[in-house]
Design a protein around this ligand. Sequence first.
Ligand code: NAD
Length: 253
Amino acid sequence: MNAYDLSGRNAVITGGGSGIGYATAERFLKSGAGVEIWGRDADKLKAAQASLKAFGPITCRSVDVSHWEQVEAGADAVSGQLGHIDILFNCAGLSLYVGPMLDVRVPSWRDTIAINLDSAFYCSKAFAPQMVERGYGRIINTSSMAGKEGNPNQAAYSAAKAGVMAMTKSFGKELATTGVLVNCICPTVFDTPVVRDTLSRAPHVMKAFTSKIPMNRIGQADEAAALVSWLASEECSFTTGFTFDLSGGRATY
Ligand SMILES: NC(=O)c1ccc[n+]([C@@H]2O[C@H](COP(=O)([O-])OP(=O)(O)OC[C@H]3O[C@@H](n4cnc5c(N)ncnc54)[C@H](O)[C@@H]3O)[C@@H](O)[C@H]2O)c1
């Protein structure tokens, strides 16, 4: 592993109990950061904390990031405990409904936007002020190839993830002179619990997934964590408001 130096930095990772968030927590810890992982499932978070604690100081907190009050309370609590948060990785996300847009129920639409887009806004709103005050911060958001391409039967998720990219551009420009950089990752299909679950129920789907990816394979969570680690480091210093591809060559724009 090529480590970027994150010593002395504290990070909050939403959705850190599994998948890309978990892999990034491990990498941040190995790079010297203190890490707090957030999620909705307390048992999953505790299990993740137990398996990560060998790598460095790790705490966890039950926060549903689709609710502003919970995010605000969680941000106050972790900031009080750790003193300062320098890195925010907005990784929590979920595709709730797969089916025709006209069949999407209104609460499902709203929940999908809340989990994937509102959450990144809420966490940015909660943590960015202290970063600006200290003159240093790194915020990394998580979009999806669905947000670039507009997947059929995933209208709400695609719209939310497109919104994440646009919000990243706006916020990156707004904060460009503050020392706080805001960037975004854009994964295609990754080998994480959600995808593994889908594939166990429908193995033929793997072929459909990989056929669109020039590297002819899906991504590994460690590969996303490697990019996020650079975006979270001081070495990322002249890039903000940008969305970084993680698609094995699928996206060329
Ligand atoms: N795996 C892929 O193929 C893929 C592709 C494109 C984008 N993404 C995005 O990458 C991110 C990470 O996904 P992953 O593949 O690691 O899946 P994952 O399910 O392992 O991780 C997502 C985490 O977010 C948490 N979460 C969901 N809703 C939450 C909420 N309201 N509050 C707090 N936590 C919540 C879940 O508990 C889970 O731990 C997501 O934003 C996802 O949309 C994943």
